[in-house]
Ligand binder design. Structure first.
Ligand SMILES: [Zn+2]
Length: 113
């Protein structure tokens, strides 16, 4: 019972999630170049991962609430260990939602258990 409660607190539930079918998974992302941990992300629904919405980044603390810091929208997502550029910020027009567009073959995804 306790475990179930914790899990439900970790997954964000809102209008974006319900519009994608209500299915959500947490993914750990790593840099392809140096294997360093980059971030934990909540993926809503099915389909391939092309962009990372700012409001779905769950860790690390330095990358939380980016959607509230408008001055950061021009800053690319980089690997803190090797400096590789992993994704570029933009506004996903359909939802007017800030996101990082993933640069192909720069990020490794692993399902978080
Ligand atoms: Zn790296």
């Amino acid at each position: 019972m306790i475990k179930k409660f914790i899990k439900s607190k970790l997954i964000k539930r809102d209008k974006y999630r319900s519009s994608r079918g209500g299915d959500a998974r947490r993914l750990d992302m790593f840099c392809v170049q140096c294997q360093a941990f980059v971030l934990t992300y909540q993926k809503d629904g099915h389909g391939s991962l092309l962009r990372l919405y700012f409001d779905r980044i769950l860790a690390p603390t330095a990358l939380l609430n980016l959607e509230k810091q408008t001055d950061l929208t021009g800053k690319p997502l980089t690997c803190l260990q090797c400096g590789a550029i992993l994704a570029m910020p933009y506004i996903y027009e359909k939802e007017q939602r800030p996101a990082f567009r993933i640069i192909q073959a720069t990020i490794i995804k692993r399902l978080k258990k």
